[in-house]
Write a protein that binds this ligand. Structure first.
Ligand code: PLP
Length: 381
């Protein structure tokens, strides 16, 4: 069965060619069903009351943690729920003050700003190509000697995936902690944290067919980290002069957490896991290739990277004009710097148009993009 049928959005909006999954994906029916069932039959606050209903909700919430942790090969106590990748990265940057952090030119602003604001010193690594090589990373680590290095798993501008396993090994060989921004990898690249020696990894549910408002942060040793928010649910005992926190992960989840979203997030990881083969063969395989061919075939279009599930391209026109005119053909694509201003500037000062694929896209979608782009380019000529 084509996974497109798992997405009610497309029967409600059949006119749209949705090519903006890198920004946020549509939600899968099993995700919506899991959340609706929980809302209707099991909802209560968690880790609070001693009622059976509260225990039931707590069990579902903690089971969701276990499912999401298992998705990346981690233990439940190594995973905290966050609002998304951005909050996960901010957590790491705020939990301690890092003396020095190395980041790269390929990063989303969410993996630049927290370090710029919190670390004492930051160093920018500019890879020669649009990927980070272990040799170049090693050189940068030897030169700057940072305490921590942070890099994207997959670029949200190019769709190029870095060899994070090798990069983390280089970091640990240099005695440097590592952070992986897994926002764009979670829906398309399975990861087993036991084989990737990173210190932290952050991702978002809404980029992998799950709900917004929730993400996860993996930490190799979260118990060792200080909480970065304070409130109910994270404290064990409090007196006028003494406070003891709950053990991790509770001590990192102050306040009422996104309970229903956690259930949806877990269902999304299950959905992605069940479709990993399809995603590899189609989204990252046949469709990515077809997208490259389609964009190459349109005169005046230059592709930033080939055969990836993110087709970013430039033309001699402003990216916003091109995306706007594509919109008139019902193509939902993105334009601009995609919150990765350092990389966007390097590629093209006015940014790129980005057509990104999800599990529900088809060859027909790509054909429609090609036809719309041909007409757009003629109109702008
Ligand atoms: N990192 C990358 C590579 C992204 O693409 C994004 C979102 O586009 C983020 C981080 C931030 O994710 P979120 O907005 O879900 O926190």
């Amino acid at each position: 069965m084509n996974p497109r049928q798992d997405f009610p959005f497309f029967s409600k909006r059949p006119e749209l060619v949705f090519l903006d999954s890198a920004a946020s994906t549509q939600r899968a029916k099993p995700v919506l069903d899991a959340m609706q069932d929980f809302e209707e039959s099991h909802y209560s606050n968690v880790h609070r009351g001693s009622s059976t209903l509260s225990e039931e909700a707590t069990e579902s919430y903690e089971q969701s943690r276990e499912i999401v942790a298992t998705f990346i090969g981690a233990q439940p106590e190594q995973l905290v729920f966050t609002r998304g990748t951005t909050e996960g990265l901010n957590f790491v940057a705020q939990a301690r003050t890092y003396a020095s952090v190395l980041y790269t030119e390929l990063e989303h602003n969410s993996n630049v700003l927290p370090w710029k604001m919190r670390a004492r010193q930051t160093f920018l690594m500019k890879p020669t190509d649009l990927t980070i090589t272990p040799d170049e990373l090693n050189e940068a680590l030897q030169e700057h000697k940072p305490k921590l290095v942070t890099f994207t798993h997959t670029s949200n501008v190019t769709g190029i995936t870095n060899d994070v396993k090798e990069l983390c090994k280089v970091a640990s060989d240099n005695n440097v902690q590592s952070v992986i921004d897994f926002a764009q990898g979670a829906a398309s690249s399975p990861i087993d944290i036991k084989k990737v020696p990173c210190t932290f990894l952050a991702f978002s549910s809404h980029k992998m067919y799950g709900p917004t408002g929730i993400g996860a942060l993996y930490g190799a040793d979260l118990e060792a980290e200080k909480p970065f928010q304070f409130g109910g649910g994270m404290v064990d005992a409090i007196s006028e002069n003494n406070i003891t926190f709950s053990p991790s992960p509770q001590k990192h989840e102050a306040g009422t957490p996104p309970i229903v979203q956690a259930v949806g997030f877990a269902a999304a990881t299950t959905y992605v896991k069940e479709h990993q083969r399809y995603i590899k063969d189609n989204v990252k395989g046949k469709l990515a290739k077809a997208l490259t061919e389609a964009l190459h075939s349109v005169p005046g279009v230059s592709l930033v990277a080939e055969n990836t599930f993110i087709g970013s391209f430039t033309t001699s026109h402003h990216s916003h004009d091109v995306a706007y005119l594509l919109g008139a053909h019902n193509i939902v694509a993105r334009s601009g710097h995609h919150c990765a201003q350092l990389l966007a500037k390097r590629i093209n000062p006015t940014g790129t148009v980005r057509a990104s694929l999800g599990i529900y896209n088809t060859q027909e979608d790509i054909q429609q993009l090609k036809e719309a782009l041909e007409q757009t380019m003629k109109k702008l000529a």
